[in-house]
Design a protein around this ligand. Structure first.
Ligand SMILES: [Zn+2]
Length: 566
């Protein structure tokens, strides 16, 4: 069965609602542990059906943002699913209060119960209308992003097609490309500002209705932060400021020297050498085949996964008009398959579709083997990013098929990029703490805050006086800030773990690093993030000094290989 051929039927939400009510009554009235277990098994089947239908609708909507049918479906779910989630809480409550909880925990894992407790705190009947408002705003942002086009040198490009020009080895081309993109954003600036204003407002109202001072604590609960709090995150950000920012400043000074510049302008930031960054030697179909061959060689389980995805057509990779920007890995639990979406654009990002999204797919495929798993015991998002970001490093021995003679340079640039990402990611996180701790800020004040954070986290960048880029507005390009509040530090936490996997790989060998990876991934979501990391023999990012070891390994590697960059 090819995913394209699957016929879609709208989820019968009222029927799903009554099933949940029935399951809740059965859970409360269960007279034995077996009965209670059976309720959760039945629930897990219903959940797979719901998740699969919602995922299919969302995939198809992203494949063609001009498709009015799926657009209407997404609108429908945006309004119909919050009441379903609210009813689910009744079931969670019955499950938590069940006299058979110890037996349920033994069968389904204790994390599901910790997460159910958190879920109960994120929703109440009073905020359902606000949740719907929020979903519609998210759709509005995605539509705006999906339809954004850039006028560049007499042609019109979807914004997703600008990557090639923005990383061009000719400085003037890059500058013009960034200017053109900035103009495109500015021509919709009122919309970008207004959508975010409304989002901050509705999120704050929801939080206050639930008894919080502002959205920040609710944001943490919604992200199922089950093993750390804002103070621990602040401590992590401070470590990044202390251990990473100075190192990246040093690397940027070397980069500026290579480029023959006094200082890095924002349109130089991604350009590691005068030769330009290595690009994949393959395009579209050929690149896809190379991606398949990587997983076929990596590991028997990975081979089985990629072959099945190939058979099912579980990929949509090539860029075209009206496709949503970005990339993701989704899962269709009933079909037991991951699905990978991307917009190939001729840059290293195309390879990352396999090394990064493929890592998500691999972990998902391992978890999909378990028919009885509850959504509540899926790993939280930072835990999932460890699957993908570590895979990016573990893919190193397989990169030659993508980069040919530029492979060693591509690895070096990947490593430097991983280090550079940490300040950016922490900046996104700190920005959101400021925004939600101070919902009274105006749009203009938010842009000013962003511009200030740039000076702390990326002091090497000169934004010149160019419109948009120098105005503290660049965060408006960051989807997560709009649609997934507080989902960004996850990438930094995961990158920190991935850098440790890199350190193990370079110091103790690939096999040893793979052993840690499988020890981590094989746990699924049976532990919290902190627990998963510890159990796999890796360092927890919040611990003091968590970054020091990997920073040393990375610095050493860069020092040894820096002559690759000219
Ligand atoms: Zn990811």
């Amino acid at each position: 069965m090819r995913i394209n051929d699957i016929s879609y039927t709208r989820l019968d939400v009222p029927a799903a609602l009554s099933s949940v009510l029935e399951l809740t009554a059965r859970m409360s009235g269960a007279s034995s542990a077996e009965e209670a277990v059976q309720v959760l098994l039945d629930y897990s089947r219903l959940e797979r059906k719901v998740m699969s239908t919602l995922a299919l609708s969302s995939i198809r909507a992203s494949q063609n943002t001009a498709d009015e049918f799926y657009e209407a479906e997404e609108q429908y779910y945006a309004e119909a699913t919050p009441p379903l989630m609210e009813k689910l809480n009744g079931l969670y409550k019955a499950m938590l209060e069940s006299p058979y909880r110890p037996q349920l925990e033994a069968r389904f894992g204790k994390v599901a119960f910790i997460n159910a407790e958190i879920a109960l705190k994120t929703i109440s009947p009073e905020i359902l209308g606000m949740m719907q408002e929020e979903s519609l705003l998210e759709i509005e942002y995605q539509k705006l992003q999906g339809s954004l086009t850039v006028e560049f040198r007499g042609e019109t490009y979807p914004v997703t097609k600008m990557g090639r020009f923005k990383t061009d080895s000719d400085r003037q081309t890059r500058k013009e490309a960034y200017e053109a993109e900035g103009r495109a954003y500015l021509s919709h600036k009122e919309e970008y500002d207004a959508i975010y204003d409304k989002m901050v407002d509705v999120r704050t109202r929801m939080a206050r209705t639930l008894g919080h001072a502002n959205f920040t604590p609710l944001g943490y609960l919604r992200m199922t932060r089950n093993s750390y709090d804002p103070d621990m995150v602040r401590n992590f950000r401070e470590q990044v400021k202390r251990d990473i920012v100075p190192l990246v400043c040093k690397l940027k000074a070397q980069q500026a020297a290579r480029l023959g510049l006094e200082q890095i302008s924002f349109y130089d930031d991604g350009i590691m050498s005068l030769e330009g960054n290595p690009k994949p030697i393959l395009e579209d179909e050929e690149l896809y085949k190379a991606g398949l061959s990587f997983y076929r060689e990596l590991d028997p389980k990975a081979a089985a996964m990629i072959n099945s995805m190939d058979d099912m057509g579980a990929f949509d990779l090539y860029s075209r008009e009206n496709k949503m920007s970005g990339g993701y890995c989704s899962t269709l639990p009933e079909l037991k398959t991951p699905f990978i979406f991307a917009n190939f654009n001729g840059t290293a990002g195309d390879v990352e579709v396999f090394t990064h999204e493929g890592g998500h797919a691999f972990a998902a495929a391992i978890m999909l083997e378990d028919d009885e798993m509850l959504g509540l015991s899926e790993p939280t998002l930072e835990s999932c990013e460890v699957h993908s970001m570590s895979m990016e490093f573990l893919a190193w021995p397989y990169l030659e098929r993508f980069y040919g003679e530029k492979t060693e340079t591509a690895k070096l640039i990947h490593l430097i990029g991983a280090l550079e990402f940490l300040p950016y990611g922490c900046m996104v996180d700190e920005f959101q703490h400021i925004v939600y701790d101070h919902p009274e800020l105006t749009a203009q004040q938010r842009h000013e805050k962003w511009a200030e954070l740039e000076k702390v986290y990326r002091p090497w960048i000169d934004f010149e006086d160019l419109p948009f880029w120098s105005e503290g507005r660049t965060w408006q390009r960051q989807l997560h800030i709009y649609t997934n509040p507080f989902y960004y530090i996850d990438y930094c936490l995961a990158q920190t773990v991935a850098l440790e996997v890199f350190g193990i790989m370079t110091q103790q060998g690939w096999q040893e690093a793979w052993k840690h990876y499988m020890a981590y991934t094989g746990q699924g979501g049976s532990e919290t993030f902190v627990g998963l990391v510890r159990n796999a023999g890796l360092r927890v990012p919040f611990d003091d000094g968590a970054l020091e070891g990997s920073v040393k390994a990375a610095e050493q590697y860069i020092e040894q290989h820096k002559s690759l960059l000219k």
